[in-house]
Unconditional design. Structure first.
Length: 392
């Protein structure tokens, strides 16, 4: 589920004395089961979208799109396995980190212990930056080259700070030397944190935009289906009224998404405000999905299955449905075709409702990730942690 999402998420909580908000994981989860599922969905979205964005060949044969969706689901299962393994590694690393942190708090830590702590912190941050880099490379975000350049620069800064810490001799290094190394690491972390928040926000924003676009395609198809059924004499007044509500929510979601996009791309690059707009877009998409389910029920209650199939065929053949050469539109048709036989009559619309549900869950996860990425506004926890742990 979850509109078939992106690559394995990395956990940020290993850097500070108390857990720092995770950029790519759900807040506060330790068991890894639900989080792994969400991470899998996010990770695999690019693969699934790629399968559906292949377009149609203009024929009436639906086996091709279904085969592509089947292949995409198999990739999702493999991604889930990778996510579970990654989650396990992260939990083990977190336990090791917590042990090191406890030792530092005990007051008996040596300079070697403190050096080890700083190096472990650098490793986790670089790991996180590399994870973000993979996601950006696999995405179609705007300013991709600029974001990747920022990530590479952040990795380089962290690597230089790491070299400074490694160069310290635990036997001879003074407190001042260790503090200077920690300060260099602290400055590099501040830059890396900004890069992480901005990069993660762009990836999430792109995914929200993909959902809005798919819902718009579905809205157009619903209009054609309702028009055809109404022309055949079926009472679709309830479904039509619900469709109007659906359109309002979808328009609101698009407005919030566009605002979020502008904030991310603006000169100020206001990540917090952009994340807030994405959360509002997610709430609208969730409500649009609820209404969509009601539309499906209303159509089923007022028509026969044969009439619905006829209406779907008519909608697919309508001039407005001609989408030759448009890859995104082809992806929408593939998503429709892949589920055309699932439910009687209104099955296709119903399956699109399921897709919207997946989009809902994905958007909620994305909004949480974006919010988590922006919670530590000042970096005080990070700074205080580094300062505290180099005091002898």
């Amino acid at each position: 589920m979850d509109w078939k999402q992106l690559s394995v998420l990395m956990v940020l909580a290993l850097f500070v004395m108390s857990a720092i908000p995770a950029v790519f994981a759900d807040e506060g989860s330790d068991d890894g089961s639900d989080d792994a599922g969400n991470e899998t969905e996010i990770e695999s979205g690019t693969e699934v979208d790629a399968a559906s964005e292949g377009g149609t060949d203009g024929t009436d044969d639906r086996s091709g799109p279904r085969d592509r969706m089947k292949e995409a689901r198999e990739k999702l299962l493999k991604a889930e396995k990778r996510a579970l393994e990654a989650r396990k590694d992260v939990r083990e690393a977190k336990r090791d980190f917590q042990k090191a942190r406890a030792k530092l708090h005990s007051g008996g830590a040596t300079l070697a212990d403190k050096q080890e702590f700083l190096l472990a912190s650098v490793d986790k941050i670089i790991e996180l930056l590399n994870g973000l880099k993979e996601k950006v490379e696999a995405s179609e975000v705007e300013d991709k080259d600029e974001i990747l350049a920022d990530i590479d620069a952040a990795i380089e800064n962290m690597t230089e700070a790491q070299a400074t810490v490694e160069a310290l001799d635990p036997e001879t290094a003074t407190r001042e030397e260790l503090r200077a190394a920690a300060k260099e690491l602290q400055d590099a972390w501040k830059d890396a944190r900004h890069v992480l928040k901005r990069g993660a926000g762009h990836v999430v924003n792109k995914r929200v935009g993909n959902v809005v676009e798919r819902m718009e395609h579905l809205a157009e198809k619903l209009d054609r289906i309702l028009a055809h059924l109404g022309g055949k004499g079926y009472d679709v007044s309830v479904a039509t009224d619900l469709k109007a509500e659906f359109d309002v929510k979808l328009a609101s979601a698009k407005t919030h998404w566009e605002s979020s996009k502008e904030l991310f791309n603006g000169e100020d690059k206001d990540v917090q405000a952009a994340n807030d707009e994405m959360k509002l877009a997610g709430a609208d998409l969730k409500e649009a999905h609820r209404i969509l389910n009601e539309i499906v029920k209303a159509i089923r209650g007022s028509t026969e299955s044969g009439a619905l199939e006829e209406a779907e065929d008519a909608a697919a053949e309508a001039p407005e449905a001609e989408e030759a050469g448009d890859a995104d539109d082809g992806a929408a048709e593939d998503a429709d075709d892949s589920t055309a036989d699932d439910a009687e009559g209104a099955g296709e619309a119903d399956d699109e409702a399921d897709d919207a549900d997946e989009a809902d869950e994905a958007d909620n996860t994305d909004a949480d990730e974006a919010e988590d990425a922006d919670e530590d506004e000042t970096g005080v926890e990070v700074n205080a942690s580094v300062e505290a742990n180099v005091t002898v």
